[in-house]
Design a protein around this ligand. Sequence first.
Ligand code: NI
Length: 129
Amino acid sequence: MRDEPIDLATALAGFDQLWSPRIVTTVNDYDVRVAKVAGEHVWHVHEHTDEFFLVLDGELRIALRDGTGEREVVLPRGGVFVVPRGVEHRPSAPQGASILMFEPSGTSSVGDRHEAVPEHVDATTGHAL
Ligand code: NI
């Protein structure tokens, strides 16, 4: 938690690395994280937590695999989506995007299970701003 307001635009302007979430603040035992993204993330699953996404800029796509097959949700700027725990997902942003995530502190960006993590994806529990 911080005792001064945080400007998200300034926070986002402070780093360039893609798929590398920065922790903006915490709420109880949850992180508010922002990330710049472009291209594809990696298929992964969080076994024990839902994951909240809000698109701050651009368009985010989230491919989902569940018992019934594969689908993709498309989130424009302002779009909100929650990936339920246990559901395999792969975010992507063909044109690039800035996103905000809300999830328990310590949650790995590549989940508890994942495919091979490509070079451009940062496997992290979030970095300080
Ligand atoms: Ni995830």
